[in-house]
Design a binder for this molecule. Structure first.
Ligand SMILES: *Cc1c(COP(=O)(O)O)cnc(C)c1O
Length: 377
């Protein structure tokens, strides 16, 4: 059986966890491994300030708090995304105005956003699907024109760029995930990126349960106490130690994944050219971080048949998001607009096995099965 995702271990995870435990400096959060991971991102990608969190969902919740979201506020989110992109804002009382996807890739269609902006709109949440950049130039232009915050959901977008600049560096705030299904993992884990200076002080306070503990440890205040709302958003040093073992191998992990992605693309191109399937369209301004390899079928029936066929032949391929605007929780709250491109991906997109330890031989097996499936039709 070729599984859909197998978490990759670099080999140093237990060693660093042991180090964290043995040194006995600090087992709770914001210790040496946490700082090392945060600095890695700040230095490599030029992010202004990074704070590890226990998940990307947590980082998005911090973003919703930082943007002071409350009842009556509207937040623009693509409907084709994971629940958390919307949920973090819904918890603060926001109404979600769902945006449709582009016709050539699942990212939100910037041409259709401006019509959704009202005097109540406070935030736009671009989600870089499969690690491929949204049109950040246009999104930032709209945000400036209408005075909106931009919160990038960069959960899948580690080490990927828009016009040569790393994703996660465009929004006032951005959120990454290290969930075991992502390129770089720590089991559960995430990170908030604060690019706008104005949010830094408050972000640290929200992160540490509403206290100014971080300022105290830097010696900026002589005692710390309860100064704001917040939560326990920071992970323990064991999680950060695991993450560090992964970050050390980032280049290797990325180059292996890209090799596999390119192999898929090369082998499936003839089927796409013959019009059977569509392959991911990477816009000129975007790079590919090989987070995911997906194909888009012609119909729900065809996709179900393909997934079944692959399963019968020992390959686990999976569909992805169900449209959030028609989810049981939100369908009654949605304004009723049809979002046809989003529904199309919900019905027709299939993700193929993609993980570090997959072999090129296995990629070939998957691709010949797909070719066989379409030959029979
Ligand atoms: C994985 C993912 C999340 C959630 O990440 P967690 O770390 O599991 O909270 C949010 N948004 C997108 C687009 C994701 O892919």
């Amino acid at each position: 059986m070729i599984g859909f995702n197998v978490p990759h271990l670099t080999g140093n995870e237990l060693k660093y966890i042991e180090e964290a435990v043995r040194q006995n400096v600090q087992l709770s959060g914001n210790g040496p491994f946490t700082k090392r991971c945060q600095q890695f991102f700040e230095q490599k990608y030029g992010f202004r300030k990074c704070l590890l969190t226990t998940s990307c969902t947590d980082a998005l919740e911090m973003a919703a708090l930082l943007c002071d979201i409350g009842p009556g506020d509207e937040v623009i989110v693509p409907s084709y995304t994971f629940v958390s992109s919307a949920l973090a804002f819904v918890r603060q009382g926001a109404r979600i105005v769902f945006a449709d996807s582009r016709s050539d890739n699942p990212n939100l269609d910037v041409e259709k956003i401006e019509d959704l902006i009202t005097p109540r709109t406070k935030v736009i949440v671009p989600v870089h699907y499969a690690g491929m950049a949204c049109d950040m130039g246009r999104i930032r232009e709209l945000a400036r024109k209408h005075g909106l915050w931009v919160v990038e959901d960069a959960a899948q977008a580690i080490d990927s760029c828009y016009q040569g600049k790393p994703l996660g560096g465009f929004g006032h705030l951005a959120a990454f995930s290290f969930h075991e299904t992502k390129n770089i993992i720590s089991g559960e884990g995430g990170m908030l990126v604060v690019n706008d200076e104005r949010f830094i002080r408050r972000a640290e306070i929200l992160w540490e349960k509403g206290t100014n503990r971080a300022e105290f440890f830097r010696g900026e205040v002589n005692k710390y106490g309860w100064v704001d709302v917040g939560s326990s958003f920071l992970p323990s040093e064991m999680t950060a130690a695991f993450l560090w073992a992964q970050l050390e191998q980032l280049e290797d992990i990325q180059s292996k994944r890209k090799q596999l992605w390119d192999h898929y693309h090369r082998l499936l191109e003839p089927l796409a050219e013959a019009g059977f399937i569509s392959l991911p369209a990477i816009p000129d301004y975007a790079t590919n971080n090989a987070h995911m390899f997906y194909i888009v079928c012609k119909s729900l029936e065809e996709r179900s048949a393909l997934i079944r066929y692959l399963k019968e032949n020992g390959v686990q391929a999976v569909f992805h998001y169900l449209s959030l605007h028609s989810s049981p929780y939100y369908v009654d709250k949605h304004d009723g607009r049809a979002l046809p491109c989003c529904d199309h991906y919900a019905d027709c997109l299939v993700r193929l096995p993609m993980y570090y330890d997959l072999t090129t031989g296995q990629v070939e097996t998957v691709c010949s099965l797909i070719q066989g499936f379409y030959k029979k039709k």
